[in-house]
Design a protein around this ligand. Structure first.
Ligand code: HEM
Length: 140
């Protein structure tokens, strides 16, 4: 059972990360589209679908399966899991910001620059690298 849930966890992680890496790219391109243009409306649909159909459910499944693994594997006292949880909470907070920015673009009230979204784009990558090293290498 543990291995099956781990497979489900990794599948959900891949879907969540795919969306977390792609959504800020959409924000970067969206900055170039004039409010009210056809292009801007297309980006709105892409952003909403990516958020609602992919990354929201993928995050929920990642958390549920991850917490099951932590409980079933008696990992809650492990140092690596504490570090991993801190980074996953940061990833979930980024997810929350992304959801807010999707709403801002949807209402044509984005005020942040393209440069801002380019920088933000790197955050999920850095967090993901830390998370994977902690869970696979388990350095402490
Ligand atoms: C949401 C909270 C999360 C919790 C509570 C959690 C917890 C866990 C636990 C306990 C394991 C099993 C470790 C083992 O059996 O050795 C695991 C496996 C794994 N987790 Fe998570 N995880 C979470 C989120 C994530 C995220 C966001 C990522 C990637 C960005 C991730 C990547 C992985 C990978 C790649 C494995 C497989 C490691 C292996 O088999 O060696 N997890 N997770």
């Amino acid at each position: 059972m543990y291995e099956w849930i781990k497979a489900l966890h990794v599948i959900a992680v891949i879907a969540w990360m795919a969306g977390m890496l792609y959504l800020p790219r959409l924000f970067v391109y969206h900055c170039d589209a004039e409010a009210g243009s056809k292009q801007s409306e297309t980006f709105k649909v892409m952003e909403r679908r990516l958020l609602k159909a992919i990354i929201n459910p993928a995050m929920a499944v990642t958390w549920l399966a991850g917490l099951y693994l932590a409980w079933a594997g008696h990992w809650f006292s492990a140092g690596w899991l504490h570090g991993k949880l801190a980074l996953v909470i940061a990833m979930s907070a980024m997810h929350g910001f992304f959801a807010r920015w999707v709403k801002d673009f949807a209402a044509d009230r984005n005020t942040r620059s393209q440069r801002f979204y380019r920088l933000v784009n790197e955050v999920p990558t850095v967090l993901m690298i830390g998370i994977v090293i902690l869970v696979v290498v388990k350095p402490f």
